[in-house]
Design a binder for this molecule. Structure first.
Ligand code: MN3
Length: 200
């Protein structure tokens, strides 16, 4: 059986940028539903004993396991997203991560602008990610449940772009949600830790 990881902060910790109401629905309803679906789909099969990341990779290119992939990836993506934020986030990017970013981008401000434009360019539901690939630090978007793990890339940070993640607080104003994430919520230390693990 797969288990729902605990939120790394309390339900109102991200207010006013993400309301307790949004986080409550997002974690207790959406994330929980993906987990329940995954457990139902894998019940009494060998899949239920696989590490989640292995299951994502195994199901990503198997047409018979599309529903397993969608739910397994969404379980992972949401757990990763919760850790991509913290109370009083934002601020300076740790030096190690900053140095890697500056190898592929002219400046941190260009990097932030590209993050915002890729987040805005995602049509419909999906995610924007900072990843480490063979080409270094990159910003990518994925649709629906898709995840960098299925493409051999190491995720460093993500922002959920599904409307359920911001509609109660921002309605159609996705740009304001992305800006609030970057200014007040983003957990650069989590991204930096993931980058250091990717180098090991
Ligand atoms: Mn979501």
């Amino acid at each position: 059986m797969f288990k729902l990881p605990e939120l790394p902060y309390d339900i109102s910790a991200l207010e006013p940028y993400i309301s307790a109401q949004t986080l409550n629905y997002h974690y207790h309803k959406h994330h929980q539903a993906y987990l329940d679906n995954l457990n139902n789909l894998t019940k009494s099969t060998s899949l239920q004993n696989m590490p989640l990341k292995d299951l994502i990779i195994k199901s990503a290119y198997d047409n018979g396991l599309t529903m397993v992939f969608n739910n397994a990836a969404q379980v992972f993506n949401h757990s990763f997203f919760w850790n991509s934020m913290k109370k009083n986030g934002g601020g300076n990017i740790p030096l190690n991560l900053k140095t890697e970013i500056e190898k592929n981008f002219k400046s941190i401000s260009e990097f932030i602008d590209i993050f915002k434009s890729i987040a805005m360019a995602q049509f419909g539901s999906g995610w924007v990610w900072i990843v480490k690939s063979s080409e270094g630090v990159q910003i990518i978007k994925t649709s629906n449940a898709d995840t960098p793990i299925a493409h051999g890339m190491k995720p460093l940070l993500t922002l959920d772009l599904w409307e359920h993640s911001y509609y109660l607080d921002y309605q159609n104003r996705r740009a304001d949600y992305v800006q609030a994430f970057l200014d007040n919520l983003v957990n650069w230390e989590f991204a930096d830790k993931n980058l250091q693990q990717a180098a090991e």
